[in-house]
Design a binder for this molecule. Structure first.
Ligand code: HPA
Length: 324
């Protein structure tokens, strides 16, 4: 069925544009049935490990590891720093499905293919999605190796490229405030230094020009990435609660001649992967059956402000924590 997507105004006339909603995936059963045979089972948590984050999978126990290439209909990562395995296992008491490596629009995949792994996770019952990415720091207070919990995102040119992914007009925030609160509380307990900020999405694969960096800074972005936002939009459509953590792999000062070495991006994130694994494990624990955020537990979403804390401080860090 067609869905009404957005109204734009041309002259005095409001024109309602129609686009088709995301199609159903006929192949989903085949993918799911195959993963069933490999030992995959229902899981409450899904995780996508971006560039350099692959080692976070160490925290997962009783692992079943299946390369993307052997899973029917599953898109395959083609980028360095993305292992390309789908992993099922346990983090504490909770079952998780982990993408060790992701796919990007710049690899030639379309919005529907980006959405597919999330549809597969949904087929296994995933309700909570934890996203990770490498990102370039735009906020002058950020240094390489910082972790940043995403409060909101901006995709200044994303609409055209992400197609149907941007068709959700509910206006619901993409990033769940109570998950972010849990992350914040856990980072304090563990003395982990975690920024909170606004993530911009750019299509890549080239890094941004100096003019683009200036534009993104003027829009209020704290960091920029080439991933995550399409997945967060998909997760919202699928009704998943989402948290996203960026690792600042490089910083943009805006100085002339500034360049970024992709190898440095990977190695900086790799050196932050243990801290990130701690954070993700803590979040799963906090949101799992025994955690305070479980549906049966008292709601503490009011902790740090309104639904997306749009009126809260835009840039906060874990108080008392120091960078390591
Ligand atoms: N820009 C976009 N994506 C990135 C960057 C960046 O500077 N660093 C890591 N991923």
């Amino acid at each position: 069925m067609d869905s009404l997507l957005h109204a734009t105004v041309e002259g005095d006339e409001a024109i309602v544009l129609k686009r088709r909603a995301m199609p159903r995936y006929e192949s989903l059963d085949e993918t799911g049935d195959f993963l069933d045979t490999q030992g995959f089972a229902p899981a409450r948590f899904g995780m996508i490990l971006g560039t350099g984050f692959g080692a976070c999978v160490r925290a997962v126990e009783k692992k079943t590891v299946v390369p993307y290439g052997s899973i029917p209909h599953f898109p395959v990562s083609t980028v360095e720093g993305h292992e390309g395995n789908l992993v099922f296992g346990a983090l504490g008491d909770a079952s998780v499905i982990v993408m060790q490596g992701r796919i990007h629009l710049y690899e030639g995949y379309d919005a529907r293919q980006i959405a597919y792994p999330l549809e597969v996770m949904r087929r296994f019952g995933v309700e909570v999605l934890l996203l990770t990415n490498a990102a370039g720091g735009l906020n002058p207070r950020y240094v390489p190796g910082d972790l940043m919990a995403v409060r909101q995102h901006i995709h200044p040119i994303g609409d055209k490229l992400m197609g149907d992914l941007t068709s959700d007009t509910t206006g619901e925030p993409c990033y769940d405030a109570s998950l972010r609160d849990s992350l914040h509380e856990f980072s304090i307990q563990k003395n982990l230094f975690v920024q909170q900020g606004i993530l911009a999405w750019m299509p890549g694969p080239s890094f941004e020009t100096r003019a683009e960096i200036a534009l993104l800074k003027s829009l209020g972005a704290d960091a920029v990435t080439m991933s995550t936002v399409p997945e967060a939009l998909t997760a919202r459509r699928l009704g998943m609660r989402t948290a996203a953590v960026s690792c600042i792999s490089n910083v943009w000062t805006g100085l002339a001649g500034e360049t970024v070495d992709p190898d440095d991006v990977v190695s900086t994130v790799e050196s932050a992967a243990d801290r990130c694994a701690d954070l993700l494990t803590g979040l799963v624990g906090a949101d799992g059956p025994n955690g305070p955020d479980h549906a049966d537990a008292p709601d503490h979403a009011g902790g740090l402000g309104g639904p997306d804390r749009a009126d809260g401080p835009d840039r906060s860090v874990t108080p008392g924590a120091s960078r390591s």
